[in-house]
Design a protein around this ligand. Structure first.
Ligand SMILES: NC(=O)c1ccc[n+]([C@@H]2O[C@H](COP(=O)([O-])OP(=O)(O)OC[C@H]3O[C@@H](n4cnc5c(N)ncnc54)[C@H](O)[C@@H]3O)[C@@H](O)[C@H]2O)c1
Ligand SMILES: O=C(O)C(=O)C[C@@H](O)[C@H](O)[C@H](O)COP(=O)(O)O
Ligand SMILES: [Zn+2]
Length: 356
């Protein structure tokens, strides 16, 4: 098992990564402070793993809420179901939500925890690669609107992250590969050596080699935990974690939530952002091609699906990073370096979208 901390002073919390952690109840029960516990999961994950979690809750007043599966359900309406379940449980301010599932469950249950009685504890129990390397860490919680991804949300840090890597054994191949997109992101924006390591270990990662995968997850969590500790509320550096996301989120919304997986949309978005950066002279075309090659080696898409460029641009205009009506994007300086660019010309974005 690997453990590290997200260093946030009094709100610091541990990330534990390793096989069998859900059954290691002593490890995660210490993160629960009150009597009431609501486990939030979905109809795919619950039959596989909910019993392991419930077995650790003897002595607590607890209930489980099993939600429908999918990005299309990351909505305010689903969130209202979590509130109803908390009310039925009699959950007070000392209640804890356990979010058992992928990023959709983590974002949604975390947001419900941020809102219930103005904020209760929650514990992330990620069961996808993407959730283990990214969404469970850092406290970005929220839901989608038809108008855009994650438009309603809150920063609310979990009390602990319990990543049981044995759950990845049941994760479908496409979902596994989508998680690798966010792993590549850490190398692309801030760690050229890690990027090169990923290139060398692509075959092992595709084969889900246990030791190599554990190293990739640990390195990703270290990157994310470091950024979050330095810039919890995205006043600066944290925005770099959004590399590829302005394009990616627009594609997810435009194609209908769930058709393109988040990791897939981010892969395409990183390729488009890298191309835009190369065209503006920030990065070399060779580096942009190298990024696309690594993503393709992980079986990820690198070309945008058919979508109206004007609709995509309109969606990008509602991105949370924008200020003063200006398009603020994360552009790229080649393998291992990225920067926030405050005023990107819409015409340049149109050009990249039209050529995609
Ligand atoms: N908060 C953040 O910082 C952050 C970071 C990245 C992504 N996100 C969000 O995360 C979401 C994507 O998360 P995701 O990729 O985990 O998708 P997901 O939550 O939809 O999970 C993917 C699929 O795998 C299934 N699944 C989960 N664990 C499984 C397991 N162990 N075995 C079998 N099936 C399993 C799920 O039921 C689902 O069908 C998006 O909404 C994205 O916006 C948030
Ligand atoms: O933690 C962050 O900060 C990120 O940007 C991580 C992203 O991978 C993630 O998709 C996040 O949900 C995007 O956040 P948003 O603020 O663009 O909605
Ligand atoms: Zn993401």
């Amino acid at each position: 098992m690997i453990s590290l901390d997200v260093a946030l002073g009094e709100r610091a919390y541990p990330i534990h990564v390793g096989p069998g952690l859900l059954a290691d109840t002593a490890r995660w029960r210490e993160a629960i402070r009150g009597r009431h516990v609501l486990v939030v999961s979905n109809e795919t994950v619950a039959p596989l793993y909910l019993a392991r979690v419930e077995a650790g809750l003897r002595g607590h007043v607890h209930a489980s809420l099993v939600l429908p599966d999918g990005e299309a359900h990351k909505t305010l309406a689903t969130c209202a179901r979590v509130f109803d379940a908390l009310a039925a449980l009699g959950a007070n301010r000392d209640a804890t939500i356990l979010a058992l599932g992928g990023g959709v469950i983590g974002d949604l249950a975390g947001f419900a925890a941020a809102c219930w009685m103005r904020g209760i504890d929650f514990v992330q129990m990620p069961t996808t690669l993407l959730a283990m390397v990214d969404s469970s860490v850092g406290g970005k919680t929220g839901v989608n609107l038809p108008a855009g991804k994650n438009l309603v949300g809150a920063f609310h840090q979990p009390r602990a992250v319990i990543a049981d890597t044995s759950t990845l054994a049941t994760l479908p191949e496409r979902e596994y590969r989508a998680g690798l997109a966010e792993v590549v992101k850490y190398g692309a924006i801030g760690d050229a050596a890690f990027f090169a390591w990923l290139e060398r270990h692509a075959d092992a990662l595709n084969a889900r080699d246990d030791a190599v995968l554990a190293e990739a997850i640990a390195a990703s969590c270290r990157h994310k935990a470091g950024v979050v500790a330095r810039d919890e509320h995205e006043q600066g550096e944290r925005a770099l974690l959004n590399f590829g996301h302005t394009f990616g989120h627009a594609l997810e919304t435009a194609t209908g939530y769930g058709n393109l997986l988040h990791g897939e949309a981010v892969a395409i978005g990183m390729v488009l952002a890298a191309r835009l950066s190369a065209e503006r002279g920030h990065a070399s075309h060779d580096d942009a091609r190298r990024l696309a090659r690594l993503l393709a080696a992980f079986g990820l898409p690198t070309a945008a699906p058919a979508a109206d460029p004007e609709r995509l641009l309109a969606l990008m205009q509602l991105d949370k990073k924008n200020l003063g009506g200006r398009l603020r994007l994360i552009l790229w300086h080649g393998i291992g370096a990225a920067a926030i660019v405050p005023d990107v010309d819409a015409a340049a974005i149109r050009g990249v979208l039209a050529a995609a």
